[in-house]
Design a protein around this ligand. Structure first.
Ligand SMILES: Cc1cc2nc3c(=O)[nH]c(=O)nc-3n(C[C@H](O)[C@H](O)[C@H](O)COP(=O)(O)OP(=O)(O)OC[C@H]3O[C@@H](n4cnc5c(N)ncnc54)[C@H](O)[C@@H]3O)c2cc1C
Length: 213
């Protein structure tokens, strides 16, 4: 699938890092846990970190929170910008000017839709939980009616999006600074799932379930 550019998503600077490949967009969304929701609340921009889930057809990003959350209450009334960023490496160049980062980043624009249909709400919350830890929705207790009523779920279409990706070494290896004798390269960074830390209050006899091993 190709991403359709709009006036809002058209890359202007560092255009060579832009991608119009829908698979790049979906890979960035699939790889992340946290997005940043940019929304104007009472005339002031807020950028709120929050977890998200991608619908199985990859058409919608779901995010949720308390029904009292100001950013969630304001979101359906305005265009928001939701970003997901992966930091893949520090680019250490010969000159300070050429330093940078390797990254994969997506920005999605739209007016989010509050999800009120009970079936879709459960399905969306399932998406969110499964996105973070597959298998956990069926393993843990699912939300009660009271918990569902206290939770706002919003759906944002992935239709209007832009993607930027930088990979590779610093850009000054073939310029005049190459003669400086300064070491240059990339410090790769990655996020890892580390060893599980059991809750100290866990009673004996509760083993780690297979989906978490
Ligand atoms: C971790 C990280 C660190 C960065 N650090 C710097 C930095 O220190 N200095 C710097 O100049 N740039 C940095 N960038 C790049 C930065 O995000 C912008 O792409 C760049 O600054 C161009 O901004 P602009 O406002 O001129 O974008 P424009 O080209 O005017 O933006 C036009 C449209 O392109 C899209 N777009 C722009 N940036 C991105 C993006 N990152 N991801 C997806 N879509 C995008 C948006 O839809 C935007 O509306 C960084 C990016 C990442 C991910």
């Amino acid at each position: 699938m190709e991403i359709i550019e709009t006036e809002r998503t058209r890359h202007r600077r560092l255009r060579e890092q832009g991608s119009l490949d829908g698979d790049d967009l979906h890979a960035i969304l699939a790889d992340g846990f946290v997005c940043h929701l940019g929304v104007v609340v009472d005339g002031c921009p807020m950028v709120v970190p929050t977890v998200y889930g991608l619908s199985p057809d990859r058409e919608v990003v779901y995010f949720h929170g308390s029904v009292a959350s100001r950013s969630l209450v304001a979101s359906p009334e305005t265009t928001v910008c939701l970003t997901v960023t992966h930091l893949d490496g520090l680019v250490l160049a010969r000159s300070v000017f050429e330093h940078g980062v390797n990254y994969r980043c997506a920005m999605i624009y739209g007016v989010p839709r509050p999800v009120t249909d009970p079936e879709e709400k459960l399905a969306g919350l399932r998406c969110l939980t499964e996105h973070v830890t597959p298998g956990q929705w069926d393993y843990a207790r699912q939300p009660s009616r009271k918990e569902l009523a206290a939770t706002a779920l919003l759906a944002l279409s992935t239709r209007e999006a832009s993607v930027k990706i930088r990979t590779g070494p610093p850009g000054d290896g073939d310029g005049p600074d190459a003669r400086l004798g300064v070491w240059a390269g990339v410090r790769p960074l990655r996020m890892v799932r580390d060893e599980l830390e059991p809750d100290p209050l866990l009673p004996d006899g509760i083993d780690i379930p297979p989906h978490l091993r």
